[in-house]
Design a protein around this ligand. Structure first.
Ligand code: FE
Length: 215
């Protein structure tokens, strides 16, 4: 060890308190989990499975695969628009909050945006857990009243002639927006296309990325 390293680390030997660096939020979650487990409300093993599932298996990468397939496979796209729950299950995506999934397609004439005005209903199996802003009162109110204003807040400007349709999710129906396939992606395979499909483009607060954006 050099003198410099030794200097950087000299505090280590002087302290006997716990040096694990939990963020305040992590610490609160840890404390809450401890209480819930102690009181018998939750099984820690079940919690771990749930957390692992939503950290690694479920997320917008699932929805991105669905959208990419819909761009290259017209028969799949037709099945998706007819029965999205069944079509996403073909790719192995199913589960809570995805039982009645409806896909809505963006076209040159129409842009779709999804909100849950009552709470935060969201298609978990294809998008994972909702972003914080999706659950916020300002988004829920403004998406209905001023969808173009919301798009502007997200940095999206649509052509003046394009209609914006807002879909209000419920406990019964969850929506998945199929963004338009970006120009300049002719001949791309599904995996490459999926990288262009952002979470926000599937909520309708964004567009699919351009090929230049991922080059
Ligand atoms: Fe809701």
């Amino acid at each position: 060890m050099t003198d410099h390293d030794h200097h950087d680390h000299h505090h280590h030997d002087d302290h006997d308190h716990d040096h694990s660096e939990l963020s305040p939020m992590d610490a609160r979650v840890r404390a809450l989990e401890t209480i819930l487990v102690a009181k018998g409300y939750v099984d820690p093993a079940a919690l771990d499975v749930l957390i692992e599932t939503y950290e690694t298996k479920v997320g917008p990468h699932n929805g991105a695969r669905v959208v990419a397939k819909s761009w290259v496979d017209p028969a799949y796209r037709a099945r998706l628009l007819a029965d999205a729950t069944a079509a996403v299950a073909e790719l192995g995506f199913a589960g809570r909050q995805g039982e009645h999934l409806v896909a809505v397609e963006n076209t040159p004439d129409t842009h779709n945006m999804v909100v849950c005005t009552l709470c935060s209903c969201y298609p978990w199996p294809v998008l994972g857990l909702p972003p914080v802003w999706y659950k916020s009162a300002p988004y829920r109110a403004k998406a209905v009243r001023d969808p173009r204003g919301v798009l502007a807040d997200f940095g999206v400007t649509l052509p003046a002639g394009k209609a914006v349709k807002v879909w209000d999710s419920t406990a019964e129906i969850r929506y998945l927006v199929l963004p338009e396939r970006p120009a300049g992606t002719e001949g791309w395979d599904e995996a490459r296309l999926a990288a262009l499909v952002s979470r926000d483009s599937m909520i309708g607060t964004g567009l699919a990325r351009s090929p230049e954006a991922v080059a």
